[in-house]
Every structure is written in C-alpha cells, then in structure tokens.
Design a protein around this ligand. Structure first.
Ligand code: MEV
Length: 436
C-alpha cells in the first residue's frame, strides 16, 4: 500500500522522481528517462519552467503552430496556436483563406470592464449596513490608493464600488461589487490585492462603528476574489459577404448559407449541440490564449457562463442572411493581458506576442475572438458539407502512423492510399500490417 509522503515539496527534483519511480513505477528506469528527455538543456530555461509551479518534474510539450492569412480590420496577421488536436490549425488556416478575398474579419471591443466582489455575511438590519457603506465608501477607495498608483498612471484602476443586498437570494448575503479597468494587464493579481485591502478596511471600520456596536449583528467578510465572469469585458468579431460569394466547387452559395443558418439555429435551440458547437469555437480561442500565456481556464469559465446568459446554454455565434448578405458573428467576454503574468517570462509567449506585433489587450481580444469565429466557420462548413471526419481523420492519420512507428516509406504509401479511401483507425492498421 502506498504511504503518504510528508515534506515532499522540500525534496530535490531528482528525489521527487525517484520517489515516484519507487512508489508507482516499480523503479522503472525507462519512465525516469522519459521525464529527463523533456528537460531543457539550457539550465536557466529549465529553472524558469521549474519555478512556474510546485513539484515540477519535467516539461510537457504541446505543438506550437501558426495559421497565416488572417485579415483582421484590414491588417494581415499570422496567429500563433498551441494545441494538440490535429485539425485545428489547418481549419483555422482554411477559414482565414476563405475570408481573405471577401474583406476578412472585422472586430471591435465593446467594453473592457473587469469586476470582483467582497462577499459579506451580515444578518442585521439592511438599513444599517447600507448607511455604513455610504459613510465609509470614500475610505474604502482611499485604502487602495497606493496599490492603485501604478495602474492609475496607465489609465486604469478601481472604477466603482457599490454595496449589493443579495439577502433575498441567500440569507445574510451582501457584497461589495467592484469594477476595474486594468488596461493591458489581465489584472487578476491587481484586482485581488485591491479587494483584500478593501475587505480588511471594511471589516476594521465596521468593528469600530457605533451602529454595529449597538446592534446584535456585525458584518463579516466571507471571501474576496475577482470574478471570471466578465460580461462587461466584451468583444465582437464578424465576417460578411454576398451570399453568391459563398459558392464553392462543393456547394452553391445560397444552399450553403441556408444550411449554415440552420446549423446555428440548432445550436441556439439544443444545449447538447451548443456545447459541441462552442467547444469548436474554444479550439481556436484556447489555442491562442495558451500561446499568448493567458489563463484559458478563466476564459473558458467566463465564456461558457456567457453562453447561458439567456437562461439556457446556447450558441456563442450568430448568423443572418439579409438582402442577399450573409453575416456571421461572435460576441464573447474575454479578460486577456499582454503585460504581466507569463507574458514577459515565457520565451515562447513573448515570441507569440511578437508575431502578433505586440498587441494591446484590446487588440488581442479582437484577434482571439476572430480565432473562435474562424474555427466555428470551418467546423460548420465541414459539418454541413463533407462531414467532419474527412478533414479530421486526414490530419489524424499521421498520429496513427506515428503510434505504429511507421517508417517514411510506409507513411508515404499509406498517405497516398488513403487519398482515395476512408480513413479509420482499423483500416490504417490493416493497411500498414499488409505493407509489412
Ligand atoms: C471538434 O474538436 C470540434 C467540433 O466538434 C465542433 C463542432 O461540432 O462544431 C467539430
């Protein structure tokens, strides 16, 4: 039976790996060498990665690809994409090329307001806490003046603070709802530091306040944290063209547009489809969010909450055909940063931001929204014409061949054969077996 290990974080990397090998891998030397293969030969770079998290034992590679030809607001971009799924970069590139001669993508930031809350337990009379808040509001704001100093110089900082009475939803529940502008920073650390200071000041002032000394109840801080739901940090991206320009050798424009709109309507109606539809959008978004060192979990959580804003989970993209014009757009909340966090630490993140011509956070919001829209366009286009598997399996073929350790000649013959045959895992295995 495995015994709990104490003081693990204090062990050296080698000791941690040895413990792992002894405890779970029957001291398997190949497991240990697999880990060391992925260490970086540059000790400085390895140390940087070691220090990102606790108990690092090795690095985990994901492919870093690029998708060129994205015309966004009349500027050409090449998108850096970090993703393991075979067909995502190819799909992005196809969509970019499709829209290149049709005016490209147009994107605009609607607003950039972030938010966070100090959640409060208070079971007394609501008039008391509301009056108290009005009295101390200026002191709460003043308490973060030194924390805000640098952010203010950059044009950001706390925008507003209000006391929200949520006690009808949950007994004794109030919150200080705070809004922030964080400019090019994602702002999580800044917001959380401000909130914790505001919370401390609020509690200290409440402790000394006569109103609560006389009452039986006293406000207590439950927790203080930013919200990853950022519906006021919103971006929109769209593509538009005459329906006739949608015609390809595969399908006539009007038929394609009708099928496309039907696919969107299905995703708006049926949450089971909407989740997969939006997952495809996130294929593009996450790949860019990861490449640029942003927090994809925060983005995921916020985007999916937004997809439910009407009370049921629905499509993040929309399409219309009006006066012969096909319009397809996305509107999503995105809290992104191009300074702070990993952006100045991780060499590949710096590289990704350089490819994008060092965008502001607002520009990055637009580019990321476009990546989501493009990915969704490519997916729906396949789904309503050839089906998804044709393109997907074509890209996945190399994974199957690599799994089988195929040599270059086997790979070449297999790729050639499957240009005219349906790719399935077993068909590829049978074909390679026959070659051998
Ligand atoms: C696969 O990663 C993404 C798709 O399932 C998206 C969709 O169905 O719209 C193809």
């Amino acid at each position: 039976m495995v015994k709990a290990v104490l003081g693990f974080s204090k062990k050296t990397k080698e000791e941690k790996i040895q413990w792992l090998a002894d405890t779970y891998l029957a001291n398997d030397a190949t497991a240990v060498s697999t880990l060391s293969q992925y260490w970086n030969s540059n000790p400085k770079l390895q140390k940087l990665h070691d220090d990102f998290i606790e108990n690092t034992i090795t690095n985990y590679y994901l492919p870093f690809g690029i998708a060129p030809n994205f015309l966004i607001n009349d500027q050409l971009y090449t998108l850096p994409m970090v993703i393991e799924e075979s067909s995502v970069v190819a799909a992005a590139s196809n969509a970019a090329k499709f829209w290149l001669d049709k005016g490209g993508f147009k994107a605009e930031v609607i607003s950039t307001i972030k938010n966070g809350q100090v959640h409060i337990n208070y079971f007394g009379t609501s008039a008391l806490i509301l009056n108290f808040f009005s009295e101390v509001k200026a002191l709460l704001i003043a308490s973060i003046s030194s924390i805000e100093e640098n952010m203010k110089k950059r044009g950001g900082g706390l925008l507003e603070i209000s006391l929200v009475n949520s006690s009808e939803k949950l007994e004794g529940y109030y919150q200080l709802h705070c809004t922030f502008e964080t400019k090019d920073a994602m702002g999580a650390n800044f917001i959380n530091t401000c909130l914790e200071e505001i919370a401390k000041t609020f509690e200290n002032l409440a402790k000394e306040h006569q109103a609560f000394k006389d009452s039986s109840s006293f406000p207590e801080i439950a927790l203080s944290i930013l919200s990853n739901y950022v519906p006021e940090c919103l971006v929109r991206a769209k593509v538009e063209c005459p329906v006739s320009q949608l015609s390809t050798s595969e399908i006539e424009g009007q038929l394609f547009a009708d099928k496309f709109l039907r696919a969107i309507d299905i995703a708006k109606t049926e949450p089971r489809r909407a989740v997969t539809h939006n997952k495809g959008i996130m294929n593009g978004i996450d790949a860019l969010v990861l490449a640029t060192g942003n927090d994809f979990r925060a983005v995921e959580a916020g985007v999916h909450a937004y997809a439910s804003k009407e009370g049921h989970y629905s499509s993040l993209t929309h399409a219309t055909i009006e006066d012969g014009i096909f319009t397809f757009w996305i509107e999503i909340p995105l809290a992104l940063g191009t300074v702070g966090g990993l952006t100045s630490l991780h060499p590949l993140v710096k590289f990704a931001l350089s490819i994008l011509q060092k965008p502001s956070a607002a520009q990055l919001m637009q580019i990321v929204a476009v990546a989501g829209l493009a990915q969704n366009f490519a997916a729906i286009r396949s789904l309503v014409t050839t089906g998804i598997q044709k393109g997907h399996m074509k890209m996945h073929l190399m994974n199957i061949l690599n799994q089988m350790d195929a040599n270059p000649s086997e790979k070449e013959k297999t790729v050639e054969h499957f240009k005219s045959h349906t790719i399935t895992h077993s068909a590829v295995v049978d074909f390679v077996d026959q070659l051998r």
